[in-house]
Write a protein that binds this ligand. Sequence first.
Ligand code: PGA
Length: 249
Amino acid sequence: MRKQIIAGNWKMNNDLAQTMALITDLKKQKQTSNAEVMIAPAFTNLNNAFEALGNDNIEVVAQNMHFAQNGAYTGEISAQMLRSVGVQTVILGHSERRAYFGETDELLTQKTNAALENEMRVIFCFGEELGDRKSGDHFNIVESQIKNALFHLSESAWSKIVLAYEPVWAIGTGETASPNQAQEMHAFIRNAIQKKYNENVSQNVSILYGGSVKPSNAKEIFSNPDVDGGLIGGAALNADDFFAIVNAF
Ligand code: PGA
């Protein structure tokens, strides 16, 4: 059975004091669902987040990493560095990384390979822009994003991959894909994976939806058979809202 996952992508929000305060609030929450829960604070606060969470079953994950193990890459963070503070999962290919930092399918292939070589789990993000959806090109775009960065992987490597479909037009805009649009794309992705690999891989990979998920729409989105959770931005910055989403399963 594939896992249900709710991951909070904090983006470039929350300094150290704010991180500690939000974690204190998160620890007070009661989980009634079986979903795996993750938060992705800024790099500078990962270590403190681990310490503050202790044995709590919220996993601390990273928002990005470099593909090299170490070296002359000023300002970058490697998989080894993340592993050394306890991080086991990294978000790669977020649309903001693609749009503002020029991340390409080729670069994301290198990053994915590096994460897997370091035995990390990858939450791989992808999704079409508004223009692609308007021109009816969204299926092609999404298929090529996945194919270019992930279809060289072995079948066994897929046990470390979580997919996150995030239509760019729905991120931080208040606009959500309708439950039907989400289900339709998730089923399309699962089918593409089944064609390339097999039923075992396609049925076991978790496909999260991201883009303006809120307590008010989470239940409807997660009720779709091919939606296995969410990557949550804005609503992850408030403990009550985030856990309302976690408990929407
Ligand atoms: P949002 O962000 O929930 O604020 O739309 C989602 C994301 O970018 O992962």
